[in-house]
Design a protein around this ligand. Structure first.
Ligand SMILES: Cc1cc2nc3c(=O)[nH]c(=O)nc-3n(C[C@H](O)[C@H](O)[C@H](O)COP(=O)(O)OP(=O)(O)OC[C@H]3O[C@@H](n4cnc5c(N)ncnc54)[C@H](O)[C@@H]3O)c2cc1C
Length: 425
């Protein structure tokens, strides 16, 4: 195995939803930045994971997340030759959401190009395996095929989705006793929709559930939507994998196997039992199963349900967090709770992104310090990306001022993100 070393100002651990934005922001602000990403591309859950629906750039009242996330989104739409939806003119239909969709290959390639152009050093196929403090520096060991890298950095941003770095440092974490189910994403195409009659198809689905050709969770939303809906929405499915734990390689492997088993079962059912689906094609599958929640940082502040539902106006707010609360469970399927008023615009405080008692490390994305219910609202992709941009800015300011990120005033962080197009908060 080759041993190599590197010295940068900022290491972003995990180049997923939050991490790729954090890295681009830090690098554009003028500090040397690397990304250590276990997977094969930037974007994490929103690209490799197959969840290509970033919520929410806009609320009914106007923009909530712009900045680098919006720049990449609009660049990818332009590359596709598609217009940018005029969110101000759209009406909320069944949710207050203004859904956006990305084309995964285009978005991942554009994000990568923007990162490279900003000077971000990318290390794919490498996972952070050990972190220790060495004076005012971090020493980060990452392992990849045939390589052991030792990186010295002043600041780390943990964007691993499972608080890997926070846990490696022995800092406190939160793990809910009962976690939401994980999911596996895939898409079945070539469905002849004119052949699909809602009541007939629903009866066939229910019969298959009764005789166990299909199992609970194969279609995750029976409490909310008829089965036909899944077929109509381009056959994009989001199975429920109960009690999965994707925070370790063993748990991830088990979840991948279960997810693909569910995918094949559904494909077999659809092609053999539903009129109009005989020539359906299993077109796309995600590279891995996903966890909605695993470990979160226990931060200097833990965002509570009330904070989210009442949109607490934190003094140290760093970005907006507009979304509905989206809770998944084995017993109920999916439950969605909306904010009481369209005027409410929840926020994320900087303290929720600083692990308790730590210095020179922040977190972004779904490991934000938050209680279970608040978390189910904050974890949406646009909020994760906005947290990433803010923590990229915090790390850059920390390096430039030669002080730990935790003492950088939130208003300075926000001011830097505003220079890079973010929404004033
Ligand atoms: C099934 C499902 C459906 C969802 N639906 C929606 C939706 O419709 N709209 C929406 O807005 N949100 C949705 N969400 C929520 C949202 O997608 C996630 O909360 C968000 O993408 C998490 O972003 P993240 O950056 O924290 O993690 P991720 O995007 O998962 O990124 C983490 C990255 O870290 C890497 N990594 C992990 N450990 C290491 C390590 N040790 N070393 C190096 N790299 C590492 C991973 O490979 C990954 O790329 C959904 C989530 C799930 C699971």
């Amino acid at each position: 195995m080759k041993s190599v070393s590197e010295k940068v100002d900022v290491v972003v651990a995990g180049g997923g939803t939050a991490g790729h934005i954090a890295a681009i922001q830090a690098a554009r602000a003028g500090v040397t930045t690397s990304v250590i990403e276990a997977g094969t591309m930037l974007g994490g859950t929103m690209t490799a994971g197959g969840v290509y629906m970033p919520n929410h750039f806009y609320s009914t009242r106007g923009p909530v997340v712009l900045g680098i996330p919006w720049e990449l989104y609009t660049k990818s739409k332009k590359t596709e030759g598609l217009p940018i939806p005029d969110y101000q003119k759209r009406r909320p239909v069944e949710t207050p959401g203004y859904y956006s969709y990305i084309n995964v290959p285009i978005y991942a390639a554009i994000a990568e190009q923007e990162a490279v152009d900003a000077g971000v050093i990318l290390h794919y196929h490498e996972f952070v395996s050990h972190v220790r403090q060495d004076g005012n520096f971090w020493e980060i060991t990452s392992l990849g095929r045939g390589i052991k890298r030792t990186t010295k950095a002043k600041e780390i941003i943990d964007c691993t989705g499972d608080a890997d770095v926070v846990r490696m440092l022995g800092l406190p974490v939160i793990q809910d006793t009962k976690r939401q189910p994980g999911s596996y994403q895939y898409k079945i195409e070539n469905i002849e929709h004119e052949q699909i009659w809602e009541k007939e198809v629903q009866a066939i689905y229910e019969e298959a559930m009764a005789d166990r050709r299909l199992q609970k969770g194969d279609f995750a939303y029976p409490n909310m939507l008829p089965f036909k809906n899944f077929l109509d929405y381009g056959g994009h499915n989001c199975t429920h994998i109960y009690a999965s734990d994707t925070s370790s390689a063993d748990g991830q492997t088990t979840a991948n196997i279960e997810g693909r088993k569910r995918m094949l079962r559904m494909f077999k059912f659809i092609t053999t039992s539903i009129p109009g689906c005989e020539r359906a094609v299993l077109k796309t599958m995600a590279s891995h199963a996903l966890g909605r929640d695993s470990f979160r940082a226990d931060g200097e502040y833990m965002v509570a349900k009330e904070d989210f539902m009442k949109a607490t106006d934190f003094k140290d707010k760093i970005c907006n967090a507009f979304n509905y609360i989206d809770m998944h469970s084995e017993s109920k399927g999916c439950e969605v709770t909306f904010l009481k008023s369209e005027e409410l615009l929840p926020k994320v405080p900087f303290r929720a992104l600083i692990p308790k008692g730590s210095s020179r490390i922040t977190v972004a994305g779904r490991i934000v310090s938050s209680e279970k219910v608040a978390f189910a609202g904050i974890r949406a992709q646009c909020t994760c990306m906005a947290m990433g941009q803010a923590m990229g800015a915090a790390a850059a300011l920390a390096v430039k001022r030669n002080m730990p990120s935790r003492v950088i005033p939130a208003k300075d962080i926000v001011a830097l993100t505003l220079e890079h197009g973010a929404v004033p908060i």
